[in-house]
Structure formats: C-alpha cells, structure tokens
Design a protein around this ligand. Sequence first.
Ligand SMILES: Cc1ncc(COP(=O)(O)O)c(C=O)c1O
Length: 480
Amino acid sequence: MKSAFDLSLKEMKSYGYKIVDLIAEHYNTIETKKPVSTASREKMDAVFLQEAPENPMPANEVLDFVMQNVIPNSNIASHPKSYSFVPGPSNYISTLADTLATGFNIFSGGWVGSAAAAELEIVTMNWLLKMFDFPVKKGGGLFTSGGSMANLTALVTARRIKCGDDFSKAIIYMSDQAHSSNIKAIRVLGFKKEQIRILPTDLEFKISLNKLKNAIAKDRLEDLQPFCFIASAGTTNTGTVDPLCDIADICEEENLWFHVDGAYGGAAILSSKGKKMLKGIERADSLTVDPHKWFYQPYEIGCLLVKNSEWLSDTFSEKPEYLRDIEGNESEINFYDYGIQLTRRFRALKFYMSIKTYGLNTFKEAVSYNITLAERTEKMLRKSKKWEIISPATLAVINFRYNPIGYHLNEAELDILNQEISKRIVASSEALLVTTVLNGQVVLRMCLINPKTTIEDIKDTLGLCNDFGKKILEERKLVN
Ligand SMILES: Cc1ncc(COP(=O)(O)O)c(C=O)c1O
C-alpha cells in the first residue's frame, strides 16, 4: 500500500539526483566560496520562524528554500580557510556512504538488526585497535556521535570498573588544558566539584608530573580514592601531548584508570612524526578518537577504544525481556551492550567505505601533509617582523599573534589588536580565524587539518590579517 509519505519512483529519482548534484557541485566549488557566514537571531527568525505547516508544499520548493536560506547561512567547516576550533574537512565518499546508511535506515544497535553493520563495526574497530597498538582480540570499542560522547562512555566505564557502585571518595585528575567535554562528562556522572583535580600545566602546556604525584599522594593521605587520570593527546588549544609514558607509569603504580582523550590528535598516529609524539598511547585503558575531525569523516562519528571489551559489556549490558530474541550468541556483538545508545545509526559504513576506497596510505599522506603545513607556517611566521609565535606548530595546531617590531605595544594593546584582527577577518567572511587565550594572552589559533589548505591560502589569510592589523593600529593611533 502506498502511504502518504511515498513519492513516485520518478519523483524520488529526480529529487535524489538534484540533491546529489548539489553536493557534488559543492565539493567541486568549495574553494570559490567563503567559509564564514554570520547572521543574527533576528535575521534568522525573520527567514524561518513559522508555525508547522498543516498542508503540503511541493518537495522541490522546500528544497529550493533550504538551498537559498539554510546552506548559505551555515559556515563551511570543510573550507580550506576554515582554521578555527577543530575543522571538519570531511570527504565525498563518506558523505555518500552516510546517505546510503540513512537511505536504507540500517539499525546498527544489535547483530540481528544488521549482521553486516555489526561486523563492519567489528572490522573497523580492529583497524583502529591495530593502529593504536591496542590488543585486537581482547580489546574493543564502538563508534559514538563524537568525542564528547566517547569521553563520557569512557568515564562511565572507568568508574564502573574502578569504583563499582560507591564513588563517593573517587577522585579524577586532568590538566587545565583538558577538553571541556571531560568536565561535562564528569558532571553528567554526578561527581561533586570536590572530586575533580584540575592540575596546572608547564610552559609547553603539558601536565606537571610533579603536581600530579603530589595531588595523588595528598588525596591518599585524606583517605580519598584516586581512580582516573585523563591525559590529552593533543590538547585543543595547542596540540600538546601530555607525557603519556610517564603518566602510564604513574597510573600503573597508583592503580589509576588511564584515559587518553585523543579526540583531536589521535589520528596523528597515521604519520611517523605523530606516532613518535603519541608514544605511550598504547598503554591507555581507554582512548577517545574522533573520526569526524582528523580522520576526515563527516559529522557525526566519534570512537572509544578500550583494552578489554568486557569492561564495556560489564558497564552497559542490560538484559530487558523485549531484547531477549535479538541477543544472539557470544561472538555476535550487540553494540547497544557497549555504550549508551540502543538505536544507533550505521556510522561504521562511512569509515569503512572511505578507507577501502582511498586506502590507508591516502589518509597517512594527508595527516603528514597537515603536520608539515603547520611547520611551514611556523617557519614563515618566524621570519616575519610582524608576527610572534606563542605556541609552535604541534600536531598541526599553531598559535601566534600580530606584534609588529618597532611598535612596542603592551600586553593589553596586543590583546585588543589581535582580538580586533580576528573580529575583522571573520566579519570579512574570507577566513574563519578566531582567538584563544594562552597564558593570559589573546592569540590567533590555526588548526591545519584540512588536506585542501595550501601554504598560499595561509599566506593570503595572513596578508589580510596584516592589512587589518595595520589599519587598526592607525585607527587607534597606537603608531609611534
Ligand atoms: C581534545 C578534544 N576532546 C573532545 C572534544 C569533543 O569532541 P566532539 O566535539 O566531537 O564532541 C574535542 C572537540 O574539539 C576535542 O578537541
């Protein structure tokens, strides 16, 4: 029977072809577009705010409206001049793989929903476990919506395995550079503020081992239960990797769960330089990686890997009567037993299809290219009389500020100047380049994980920043 939602075959095809054409055209012309779009709430309300329409409207009209109003009012996270936050370079194969997964609406929660979907998640997990030198047989993991959900899943598991039901005395440690999603996860888990130790970092933004050891010792003296350390590999601000081998030693000695948040930097394992920097990551109990960042996947796909897959099933497995018939046998993994979600979209498909299509070497070359691009940018900035490096190129992140020689600007003036440069470049829509704060200084931060970004793009953007900087200095009469 035809339902009211059905379209004729002809209508479905023409609608689908139109959308594929739009996506392909977007990929083909991305460099000619501007990465930034800004609009006020008032403007967006004026365009979109309406009651849910009771009556139908032709599909093409709705699509045209979306193409005219939704897409142009969204930033292009995969644009080569989108340098801020952690960009989402994405790739075309995975984009369409996601369309396939959605098109066939494949349930990726349990084996019985789709044996192939579960098997592809097992296979792709094995690829990732091997990449990070985790035990493939005993280890395990699952895809999540992103890094935040992977960190949350890791911390639920850590707490279950280390503390059981009573976590009233449990203490968790991380550096002041750890990503905010970890704090969010800890809060979701119901820990009190007093159970979190945020430890200061050194001049390179790495956790201070001495401070960590002191904190653990003090907490033990107070009869508390140190149970988990969250290391960053690398940090969102500067790409810094905490000293993973030393932390692994401390966690072993102190019987702490060792979680590594590699949501940003984990993918660097694909390059020889990154592999060296990430030494010790293989000793983690749990590891977050985030394929929708530097594994070039479209949103949403995060991932959690653990040393022992039983930790996940011990933590998340529930056996309600309505899932009795789909339990399957021991070897047939139901991923709803490994994490929070029951109904899950088929995230493994895009990861699988893109790695099969492009080959792992293409990913390795792209990650190496990104790391080298950041290093070239650093060299270029160091040679300039206008720019100052605040944090050197590390895993494709670099922080710098406009501080032209001869102007003798004080810290407050430099903060205003760099904030204003960022404001103007974003307002121009030419590049997404926002600031962060390092050691109290306002700095410009580039995260260069897009394989389409060239050194020419960066020169262009810096040239523009330079022009804005000069103008601001003139306007504010800071020129001496
Ligand atoms: C180090 C780190 N951890 C976690 C996250 C959160 O990941 P997501 O935004 O995918 O939830 C991010 C995001 O930038 C990150 O950089």
